[in-house]
Design a protein around this ligand. Structure first.
Ligand code: SF4
Length: 466
């Protein structure tokens, strides 16, 4: 699984917003490492700088100093739609109306073909869904509407996941889809009595790093407009239900541990997943270890609840990004060795409980178990802090086809045999919901097949697509 972009928007008069945006994007680097970009408005024109690579590769200090202005949006990308080349980097710019606008998107639209056909646009794989939205919005503006009017029309027809930020002359807008699949929050620079600026970002650590106080999450279907005069909000799109359908995997894997989602810190939720997993699936063992990074808090929770000591068994190469995944199965297995190396003295002769966040294809887990056995582990018991991943995601996370999802085509016992572990257990959905203290809904379609919004293919429950 790969993340699907992080977005930032900042309005702060008299502040160096490009440097602030850089720091915020850096805090969101885990959400996408293919490309990074920013758009600023300097009272005359919008300037966009974007390129392939990490945030630190794309922006030099001189570039940031040239990006003058008090309004900025930024983006860090992993492609779930469209090509991964330079032209797909964001923000996307369109000249329309008096100043044009720039758009940055986290998510994935599921009805791009329908939207494009209705507008007479040939939608090719070279175009991203974000490009398509920008084009449709530009056409609406040319018909005489404002940017917000155009968003109301275009996003009113859009289906799927979108947390977007947009920049036009003197305003930054942030809008979230009616389900609220992907996170988006609002923060304030300065004090409540004397605000010095406003920030929107995919995750709260991007607010922390620029010194902004968390104010609240943007509601599903809400549009927030930030100008030098302050913040205005409007319910642009009717929410799909009374409760947001935030992606449950933001809690399990995607979001940073220090992020707050729905009022809960992700790290705390992951520890509770481990605690509940231990209560549900106990085993006799000598050491509990987590697969870095997102498996570590759940392993700590498992150790606490089981009384089995927590220990470190794997060292992660910090200089390999999450995108360091090779294209075929054999290379994918080799990728595990590049990324993780066992601490042999902690492992040799030990019965291990190994806690990981998920199993998608199973290839990397199988290679990991082989590596631990080669390092001398006497037993390897896998505990997974999400239920079996059975269905592809269409809402902004890149997952394989159903045919390639191990859990979609094998029983839990068969999965254990393939992976080569001594036992394997997955947290139940009920325990996962308890761990994240969910009092309403979350999207869990990849675990249950219950897609909260239409998806572009018909998927049979018997494992066939037709
Ligand atoms: S299908 Fe799964 S990965 Fe996709 S948004 Fe829903 S919970 Fe998240």
């Amino acid at each position: 699984m790969k993340e699907a972009c992080g977005v930032v928007g900042i309005v702060a008069s008299g502040r160096d917003v490009a440097h602030l945006c850089y720091d915020a994007l850096y805090a969101l680097q885990h959400r996408g490492q293919e490309s990074a970009g920013m758009a600023t408005f300097n009272n005359e024109q919008i300037t966009v700088v974007k390129d392939n690579g990490l945030v630190s590769h794309v922006f030099a200090d001189t570039t940031l100093r040239a990006l003058a202005g008090s309004l900025v949006i930024g983006h860090t990308r992993y492609s779930t739609s469209g090509s991964a080349n330079w032209t797909a980097a964001q923000p996307v710019y369109r000249s329309a109306g008096s100043s044009g606008f720039a758009l940055a998107h986290n998510g994935n639209l599921t009805n791009t073909t329908v939207l494009a056909e209705a507008a007479g646009i040939e939608f090719t794989s070279m175009l991203s869904d974000s490009d398509l939205v920008a084009e449709l919005v530009a056409r609406e503006i040319e018909r005489g509407g404002s940017l917000v009017d155009a968003l109301s029309v275009v996003l009113g027809e859009a289906q799927g996941a979108f947390s977007m930020v947009l920049l036009e002359a003197n305003a930054v807008h942030a809008v979230r889809d009616p389900h609220g699949f992907r996170p988006l929050c609002l923060g304030r620079l300065g004090t409540e009595d004397a605000p010095e600026g406003w920030v929107v970002a995919s995750e709260s650590p991007a607010l922390d790093v620029v010194g902004a106080a968390f104010v609240r999450e943007i509601r599903p279907g809400e549009l927030v407009t930030i100008t030098s005069a302050g913040v205005q909000t409007v319910q642009l799109l009717e929410p799909a239900s009374d409760k947001e359908m935030l992606c449950i995997f933001e809690f399990v894997y995607f979001a940073r541990p220090d992020t707050y989602l729905m009022g809960h810190q992700v790290h705390t939720a992951r520890r509770r997943m481990g605690e509940l997993l231990a209560q549900q699936s106990s085993v006799e063992a000598d050491i509990v270890m987590g697969v870095p990074d997102s498996g570590i808090p759940a392993a700590e929770g498992y150790a606490k609840a089981s009384g089995i000591p927590f220990g470190y068994g794997l060292v992660k190469n910090r200089y390999i990004g999450r995108t360091f995944i090779s294209p075929d199965q054999q290379q994918r297995a080799a990728g595990v060795r590049r990324k993780l190396n066992p601490l042999r003295e902690n492992i040799a002769g030990q019965r291990l409980v190994v806690v990981d966040d998920s199993i998608v294809r199973g290839t990397t887990t199988r290679a990991l178990v082989g590596m631990l056995r080669d390092a001398g582990a006497s037993e390897v018991h896998l505990r997974i802090s999400s239920p079996p991943f059975m269905w592809p995601c269409y809402f902004g996370i890149d997952t394989p086809n159903r045919d390639d999802l191990l859990a979609a085509n094998h029983s839990v016992e068969e999965m254990g045999d393939y992976i080569g572990c001594d036992s394997i257990e997955f947290i139940t959905l009920e325990h996962l919901r308890t761990a994240i203290q969910l009092d309403g809904e979350c999207c869990d379609a990849c675990l249950t097949g219950n897609y909260p919004a239409p998806v572009p293919v018909v998927i049979g429950r018997a494992g066939k697509r037709w």
